[in-house]
Design a protein around this ligand. Structure first.
Ligand code: FES
Length: 107
């Protein structure tokens, strides 16, 4: 396995119903993760990009949350429909998707 240039972490933390922090899983983050894996396959980008599920990244109320390293970019409220844009704009062209960036008060 080669060292990827980017590593995408998708929070799939789950919590019991009524938990005060909620969770990304309750906001369908598994569908976001599946969309990232599908996009990875479509682009055959396995040598450049790693996609991994993660536990809680912190700002649960803003999820589904996606964290990309080495840039240290946190996206909030990511939906499956956003994944293609994240790959094209951020991963391929180095331009983070501004409308999804976590606010400075969050990250
Ligand atoms: S549950 Fe996803 S950031 Fe906390």
């Amino acid at each position: 396995m080669s060292k990827p240039k980017h590593h995408i972490f998708v929070c799939t933390q789950n919590r019991p119903p009524q938990h005060p922090r909620g969770s990304c899983a309750a906001k369908d983050s598994m569908a976001v993760l599946q969309a990232f894996w599908a996009e990875l396959q479509k682009r055959q980008a396995y040598e450049q990009v790693g996609v991994t599920y993660s536990g809680c990244l912190g700002p649960c109320e803003h999820g589904p949350n996606v964290l990309i390293y080495p840039e240290g970019v946190l996206y909030n409220g990511v939906a499956p429909a956003d994944v293609e844009e994240i790959f094209t704009s951020h991963i391929e062209n180095g331009q983070p998707v501004k409308r999804l960036l976590a606010a400075e008060s969050v990250w």
